[in-house]
Design a binder for this molecule. Sequence first.
Ligand code: TMP
Ligand code: ASP
Length: 240
Amino acid sequence: MKRGELVYEGKAKKVFRTDDENLFMVSYKDDATAFNGAKKGTIRGKGLVNNRITNHLMQVLESKGIPTHFVEQLSDTDTLVKKVLIIPLEVIVRNIAAGSLASRLGLPEGTRLNRTVLEYCYKNDELGDPLVNDYHILAINLATQEDLGVIADYALKINDILRDYLEGAGIRLIDFKLEFGKLPSGAIVLADEISPDTCRFWDTRTGEKLDKDRFRRDLGGVETAYGEVLKRLLGPDTTH
Ligand code: TMP
Ligand code: ASP
């Protein structure tokens, strides 16, 4: 599969055209940003780790009936995916209070929530990805009511599947962010990534943070934490 023209460069990934008009190639970078790009850095080996973890989890989800954009891993950092139109929403699922929810509601991080919380942010860098609800989404045509129903249903199912799966690897799924896209047929599929960049993962036993909060909060041991998640999910021989 030949890498074609660059279609889009994001903070952590590049997307290229391929010789098949229905497929894109995603190339994961080691670049890391936080706080809407205000904090910048590099996490050595992150591209490889996030590529492999994402592809692994997408395949787990596919096997449980969730449609995704995943097609084939091409190399350590490159993956072939179905071309989709991204729905401009960050879909956030929370099991335990942390991060912006903890700040917004004045809850100590780690507070148990009585039920799963689903949130949406409007994907718009200039505005800093503001929080929106169903009314905003329908009022400004970010998605239809029908799309939102499908997205919420998938997001909650994905949470159930991933929570169980990760628990088996000694990882507690605190919260995470998903993005969905539309195929030319109109079908909605899971897109983007599922990685330590986009999830909060805490060690089940010790509570140690194994995700991008180590970078955001200057906790050190960032590469080790990312490598640890990869090792727990894919085995000890996957880091090189
Ligand atoms: P938050 O607590 O900062 O709102 O983040 C909630 C979850 O969403 C957390 O697992 C990190 C993820 N996330 C992203 O993947 N991208 C983002 O731009 C933000 C703000 C959060
Ligand atoms: N990735 C986002 C950014 O670069 C925010 C974050 O993950 O903290 O702004």
